[in-house]
Design a protein around this ligand. Structure first.
Ligand code: SF4
Ligand code: SF4
Length: 401
């Protein structure tokens, strides 16, 4: 697609990158078929092709309105369109650039600004989030049903094995996961311990930066990335750990792209690339041989998060681990579609997110599983809020003896 960039972005790194991406789009529309928001809303401007057109116009200097911003806001950044696109259009990168431009040229209403600022200030801070969640648990009986569904009961993580192996890996406690589901990392530590690997967490390691970056506080998101690199760097640089293991695919896709996000930062460029190179999803560290079980363990439906299957392009690995451990995988239709969680999306666009969740739960439950497994804490809490079938992280299922 031929693009004439406007003066404000011509010959900038973002402009050059956006132009190279736009050039690849041939406007064929294959991506619309796999776009969840197009499926729900039926408007071409809520499809990848429509949004690409809106961003191209914005980058060419055409007037940008609140409506332009709304169509970009409604995008889940699920990147299903990247998986579908036969021309290799990197939509995820383009929408980061497009959103920053559109944000700078429009002004949100005071209520919306306050809501987004509140999310950006509270969610990435583990202690603040933990305190808010504790209050929410106290007030749970008084909360409206929609909010009550977002406040899970307290979970007991169980024992974390003391480091005893020569092989060591770092885990990220994360900003919301450590309060919402502390059992995930503890289960990962136990399973890895049995496989001869000690899992450790670095003190002071907080949010990966995805939350603020995708709320369009992009520079603040980069600050979170730099802070996390600082917390991890002594262990990464000394060679004490051989890898960084991500138990939330939403954080994993972000940390794997630190090298890209911080490419323009002279001080952090190399460190960021090194951290990205060390990072892998938990399913890339474990092998079926490590988790092989000797007995049948029941039926599971696996919900593969977009950040795993589209963002990180990892498919089939978790399913292979679950099968090796003795689980029967039930079939799931339209497995490529987002469940509606998408970071803060379910809080900002509850109607679309609710519709996507209903469709996803119907697909997951079609094979009558005893449990639904996922690989990301955001999807887990979103699905759990409306599911009669228990929803767990897949590593918790491998932790069952
Ligand atoms: S993003 Fe890819 S699939 Fe979608 S319209 Fe452009 S070329 Fe076609
Ligand atoms: S990222 Fe997802 S929601 Fe956004 S345009 Fe692509 S397929 Fe649609």
């Amino acid at each position: 697609m031929q693009t004439e960039l406007a003066d404000f972005i011509r010959n900038t790194p973002e402009g050059d990158e956006a132009q190279a991406i736009l050039r690849k789009c041939v406007h064929c529309g294959f991506c619309t078929a796999t776009c969840p928001t197009y499926q729900v809303l039926g408007d071409d401007l809520d499809s990848p092709r429509g949004r690409i057109y809106l961003m191209k116009r914005a980058l060419e200097g055409a007037p940008v309105t609140d409506k332009t911003r709304l169509h970009l806001d409604r995008c889940l950044t699920c990147r299903a369109c990247e998986t579908t696109c036969p021309s290799g259009v990197r939509y995820g990168r383009l929408v980061d650039i497009g959103r920053a431009v559109v944000e700078s040229k429009t002004r949100r209403g005071p209520l919306e600004r306050a809501r987004r600022a509140l999310l950006a200030r509270t969610l990435p801070r583990p202690r603040l989030f933990a305190a808010g969640l504790a209050l929410g648990r106290l007030a749970r009986p008084l909360l409206p049903p929609a909010l009550r569904a977002k406040v899970p009961a307290r979970a007991t993580p169980g024992a974390w094995p003391a480091p005893r192996h020569a092989r060591k890996m770092l885990a990220l406690a994360g900003c919301v996961q450590s309060s919402l589901a502390p059992s995930i990392n503890a289960a990962a530590a136990r399973v890895l311990d049995r496989a001869g690997i000690s899992l450790i967490e670095a003190p002071g390691a907080g949010c990966c930066g995805a939350l603020r970056f995708h709320l369009n506080y992009q520079e603040q998101g980069r600050d979170d990335m730099r802070a996390l690199i600082d917390a991890w760097w002594p262990r990464a640089a000394s060679g004490e750990i051989e890898a960084i293991v991500m138990t939330a695919s939403g954080c994993g896709v972000t940390v794997k792209e630190y090298g890209h996000y911080l490419a323009g930062d002279e001080r952090y460029r190399e460190k960021a690339a090194r951290i990205s190179a060390l990072t892998g999803d938990l399913c890339e560290v474990l092998t079926p041989q490590m988790v092989a079980g000797g007995r049948a363990r029941g039926k599971v439906a696996f919900q593969s998060p977009c950040t795993l299957q589209h963002g990180q392009q990892i498919r089939g690995k978790v399913e292979a681990l679950l099968r090796a451990a003795g689980y029967e995988l039930t079939p799931v239709n339209d497995a490529h579609l987002c469940c509606g969680s998408a970071g803060t999306y379910s809080l900002l666009h509850p109607e679309i997110a609710g519709e996507l969740r209903s469709r996803k739960l119907a697909a997951l439950n079609a094979g009558a599983p005893e449990v639904i497994a996922t690989a990301n804490v955001g999807c887990l809490s979103h699905l759990q809020g409306a599911s009669a079938t228990p929803v767990k992280h897949w590593i918790e299922l491998l932790d069952v003896k």
